[in-house]
Design a protein around this ligand. Structure first.
Ligand SMILES: Nc1ncnc2c1ncn2[C@@H]1O[C@H](COP(=O)(O)OP(=O)(O)OP(=O)(O)O)[C@@H](O)[C@H]1O
Ligand SMILES: O=C(O)C1=C[C@@H](O)[C@@H](O)[C@H](O)C1
Ligand SMILES: [Mg+2]
Length: 187
């Protein structure tokens, strides 16, 4: 069983997922990295050469595998919730956290970054607004928790997530402090 992050490109899934895994002492995996390893090239190149449909097929296969085998934290790609089968697999097989960021927050964070193929357009902010409108309900639908990522730092968000997971009973309970030894009862 894994803790799984979903959210817009640039919402912090990789950054926060990696830190949460370190904090919990469990393995971290990013589905985009697994996809690139399987493809033998970058997602960007594959998108350009084979188109989005072929990419989504590979993504579905990788998510199906990871949600059955990975024990730890999974950061997913921003479009992982587009297919109904993916949403079902994520929700049924993991504890899913939606990192909810506004298009403006994401734009501020990633505007100088060229790694996200969907944002390599003339007006990335409009693109992000359209993605948010289309996907916000899908991220919510896949998720067990929604965490608003607007102002808090990464470290604060990780603390909030640990608390949420503890409250929901998704983390092993802290071992209770052992009670002082009692003198043996006399027979
Ligand atoms: N809460 C935050 N506050 C400030 N900066 C943040 C926060 N969360 C993420 N960032 C920064 O935003 C950028 C994008 O984060 P990250 O790559 O983790 O997003 P992602 O959701 O994994 O994106 P993608 O879906 O494209 O893989 C990074 O530079 C990261 O350091
Ligand atoms: O939002 C999306 O549709 C994508 C986000 C990235 O994480 C990659 O998975 C890919 O570039 C597609
Ligand atoms: Mg990422």
């Amino acid at each position: 069983m894994s803790i799984i992050f979903v959210g817009l490109p640039g919402s912090g899934k990789t950054t926060i997922g990696r830190q949460l895994a370190r904090r919990l002492g469990v393995p971290f995996v990013d589905s985009d990295h697994v996809i690139e390893h399987r493809l033998g090239c970058s997602i960007r190149e594959f998108f350009a050469r084979e188109g989005e449909g072929s990419f989504r097929d590979v993504e579905q296969q990788v998510l199906d595998d990871l949600t059955q085998t990975h024990e730890g934290v999974i950061a997913t790609g921003g479009g992982s919730v587009l297919r109904e089968a993916n949403r079902r697999h994520l929700h049924e097989r993991g504890h899913v956290i939606y990192l909810r960021s506004t298009p403006e927050d994401v734009f501020r964070r990633v505007r100088h970054d060229t790694a996200r193929p969907l944002l390599q357009v003339d007006d990335p902010l409009s693109r992000l607004r359209a993605l948010f409108e289309a996907r916000d309900p899908l991220y919510r639908n896949a998720a067990h928790f929604v965490i608003e990522t607007g102002r808090p730092s990464v470290a604060t968000l990780v603390n909030m997530i640990v608390m949420q997971l503890e409250l929901a009973g998704h983390l092993p309970a802290q071992a209770p402090t052992p009670a002082p030894a009692q003198p043996a009862a006399s027979p």
